[in-house]
Every structure is written in structure tokens, then in C-alpha cells.
Write a protein that binds this ligand. Structure first.
Ligand SMILES: [Zn+2]
Length: 419
């Protein structure tokens, strides 16, 4: 008799200590990006898979950022990708931590350390799910493919983006990215992020003759930047079947961010001036200044409308010699709320946590988009205590880690025909 879904759940429960230990071990390997090395953590993942009886393959576009791929199952059903990154952002100012960021300490309720929430607990959850399926010889119809990457925190070009470009995501029917979310939400879409560069050209002169001679490029650019907020008026376009997820997203943004009107971040363009550079010397009227603006496009945004609006802002600012440069390459992306992967994760997250779970769109972006660009229904769901992410004193709830693993495991059972 082959193993059933209920039996797998019992095995996961009885062996949950192994999952906690795996998470703690991953935390104790410092894999800071860009300041550290990914070698040790990648070797650890490969060894863990091999000890689980799963063949692991290392691939790399860049020596410093290897990926680990693995697969279990057959070609007689759907193919599901599990994705996670093992790099972490630097710990930063150590005096702001209440504990050693790489201690991996396990308290009564928490696991402590850099990367617990983002996202080694999620990685542990998908690795452990694969191990349980493999060791129990679960009769899966189809396969599970693992994509572990190590450069997510520096843009993903040697990780998920590269894997997708090289065809390693081909023929996949769904993808779970174990990035941190709250337990009550499944990320099924996100905004696209693009860089706008505004360039002002002026004429230099001696600083002592400012106001009288020369044409100050910094002053010109600030006039344009004062109006850049007009881009926030542009909305995305959502279809009728996206209405529920849009409503969920606005509700989540309002309750998490707690600022009046903040829910509009989901379906409106945002433009944040991040960097401004101009001038050469204090006693010279600057002849050049540029600003780099982080533009986030909601799902369905019309880029020709955004382009037109940028030009209108420049024209209305009543200055000459200002031009802009933007290559639109990152768009809002989403997975249907009705996709089997979304419904499976929702069903088990609700069952295990006994709460209502809302599939929703995020205001930020992540590696999930590379899979969606390939037409693969993709979700993000993973254990997290969000306040420590990319900050200090990062931690994760043990219960969250255990439950996320079970949710992955049971969803895989549903999708791969294990009853
Ligand atoms: Zn992450």
C-alpha cells in the first residue's frame, strides 16, 4: 500500500523537529549577498538533497552565484517548480541586533537569525517537503522540480531569471515561490518596477555670477521633479476576474500599512525619486543634473500613457534642455485566482491555520515574475515575521515554519494525484 496524504501529514508532524533543525542549520551558514559567499550554503543544500536520496545538480551563470536543481517523480502528470533563494541581505549594524544574526537559536516559539523569514525557513519547507515525498515513495503522478538560487537579493540575473531564460522552467504547470508572505495571504501578482532617468542640461558659468550668467541644470531638474507625483494618478487596468484579488489586495495594503489612501498603491503608478546627481564644484553653475526615479507599474498599466505623462510633466515645467530615458521591461504580472495552485494553497492554508486566506497582488516585485513571463501560474507563500526582514532581529515563528511545510506538502499531493 502506498502512502496517503493523511499519512504524509502525520509523518510531517512527527518529524517536525527535523524541519526546525534544518532551518536553524541554514541560518548558521552566513550567506550574505553581496558581502559574503554562497559556496557553503549551496554545498549544504546539495548534501541535504543527496542524503534524502534526491539527485542534485549545480548550475551556474556566475561562479559566485550557483543554483541547485533537483527533480523527483515522472512525466505522467503535472510538473511543479518549487523555488527559493538561499542568499540573505547583510546583517548590517551588529549593535542593533539583540542576538548573533547567525546564531540560528531555537527558542520555545521562534527561530532567530538573518534569513529566517527571508527566506531560509521557506527553503527548508520546500526541501523537507521533497524529502518526505521521496522517502515515503509517494506515488506521485507528475513531478516536482526544485530551483534553489543564490542571487535573489542582488537582482536575480544569475538565478531565477537565468534559469528561466535557459529553459529550465519549460513545461512547468505551476510554481511555488516560498518567499515570505503573511499566513493569511497568497501573493498571486505584483507590480513591475522600472527605472526612469531624467536628464537636465544647462550651461556652466562662474558660481559668483549665478542668477546672472549660466543656466543651472539642478534648478531646472527640480522644477520637473516637483511635478513627478502627477504620475501617481495613472491607474492599472484590471479585468473582471481580477476584481476579487484587487479588492483583497487593497484590504491587505490598508490593514498592513495603516495610512489613509495607501490601498491605492496597488492599482496606481508610483514614482519615487531615489537618486539625484548634479554639479561639479561649489563655485560652478552646474551644466548637468540627472535624477533616477523608481517607477512601479500596476497590472494592466498602459506604458504609452505613462510615457505621455512624463513628457507632459517636462513640458509643463517650463524648462528647456530636459530629456528622459526609460526602457519599459518590467510589467505588472499575475496568476489567475482560479489556478489550481492558488486554490490548493488557499485550501490547505485555511484548513491548517483555521483562518480566511486571501489571494492578492503585492505592491513590490520579486523573482515570481520570471515564471509568470513564461506563462507559468506562480504563487508566493512562505513563513514570515515581516518586521525583521531586511532589518534587524529577524526571526520566524516555529509554528509558521511547520505549517508552511504542511501546506506545501498537501498542495503537492492534490496537484500530483496523492489521495
Ligand atoms: Zn526574499
Amino acid at each position: 500500500m502506498s502512502v496517503t496524504k493523511d499519512e504524509l501529514l502525520k509523518i510531517a508532524t512527527s518529524r517536525s523537529n527535523e524541519l526546525i533543525e534544518l532551518t536553524a542549520k541554514l541560518i548558521r551558514i552566513n550567506s550574505e549577498n553581496p558581502t559574503g559567499s554562497q559556496r557553503e550554503v549551496i554545498d549544504f543544500v546539495k548534501k541535504y538533497l543527496e542524503e534524502s536520496g534526491i539527485e542534485a545538480e549545480e548550475l551556474k551563470a556566475n561562479e559566485a552565484f550557483p543554483c541547485v536543481l533537483a527533480k523527483i517523480g515522472n512525466d505522467e502528470g503535472p510538473s511543479i517548480i518549487l523555488n527559493g533563494h538561499v542568499d540573505v541581505v547583510p546583517a548590517g549594524d551588529l549593535s542593533k541586533w539583540r542576538f548573533d544574526p547567525y546564531c540560528g537559536e531555537v527558542t520555545d516559539t521562534l527561530i532567530l537569525g538573518r534569513g529566517t523569514s527571508d527566506m531560509k525557513a521557506g527553503v527548508a519547507g520546500i526541501l523537507f517537503a521533497m524529502r518526505l515525498l521521496k522517502e515515503s515513495e509517494a506515488p506521485i503522478k507528475g513531478n516536482v522540480r526544485l530551483h534553489i538560487v543564490s542571487d535573489e537579493e542582488s537582482g536575480g540575473q544569475y538565478g531565477t531569471k537565468w534559469l528561466c531564460e535557459q529553459g529550465y522552467s519549460d513545461q512547468a504547470d505551476a510554481c511555488i515561490v516560498a518567499e515570505p508572505t503573511s499566513n493569511f495571504t497568497i501573493e498571486i501578482g505584483q507590480k513591475g518596477s522600472n527605472e526612469l532617468v531624467l536628464k537636465a542640461h544647462g550651461t556652466s558659468a562662474h558660481g559668483s555670477l549665478g542668477n546672472y550668467k549660466g543656466d543651472n541644470a539642478i534648478i531646472k531638474l527640480t522644477k520637473v521633479l516637483q511635478n513627478i507625483g502627477r504620475l501617481h494618478e495613472i491607474r492599472g487596468q484590471f479585468s473582471l476576474d481580477q476584481a476579487q484579488a484587487l479588492e483583497n489586495s487593497k484590504y491587505i495594503a490598508a490593514s498592513k500599512l495603516e495610512m489613509p489612501g495607501i490601498e491605492n498603491v496597488i492599482d496606481h503608478v508610483t514614482a519615487s525619486v531615489g537618486i539625484i546627481q548634479g554639479g561639479t564644484k561649489l563655485n560652478m553653475v552646474p551644466d548637468y543634473c540627472e535624477a533616477r526615479v523608481d517607477i512601479r507599474l500596476p497590472i494592466g498599466a498602459d506604458v504609452t500613457e505613462v510615457d505621455r505623462a512624463i513628457q507632459t510633466i517636462i513640458d509643463d515645467s517650463d524648462v528647456d534642455g530636459v530629456e528622459y530615458d526609460v526602457t519599459w521591461k518590467n510589467f505588472g504580472n499575475s496568476t489567475s485566482i482560479d489556478a489550481p495552485i492558488v486554490q490548493a494553497i488557499k485550501k490547505y492554508a485555511e484548513e491548517i491555520w483555521d483562518i480566511k486566506v486571501l489571494p492578492a497582488y503585492q505592491w513590490a516585485s520579486s523573482d515570481a515574475r520570471y515564471y509568470r513571463e513564461k506563462g507559468i501560474p506562480t504563487i508566493q507563500y512562505g513563513p514570515a515575521n515581516t518586521e525583521g526582514i531586511h532589518s534587524y532581529n529577524e526571526n520566524v515563528d516555529i509554528q509558521d515554519v511547520i505549517n508552511a511545510n504542511k501546506i506545501y506538502l498537501l498542495s503537492l499531493c492534490d496537484l500530483l494525484g496523492i489521495n
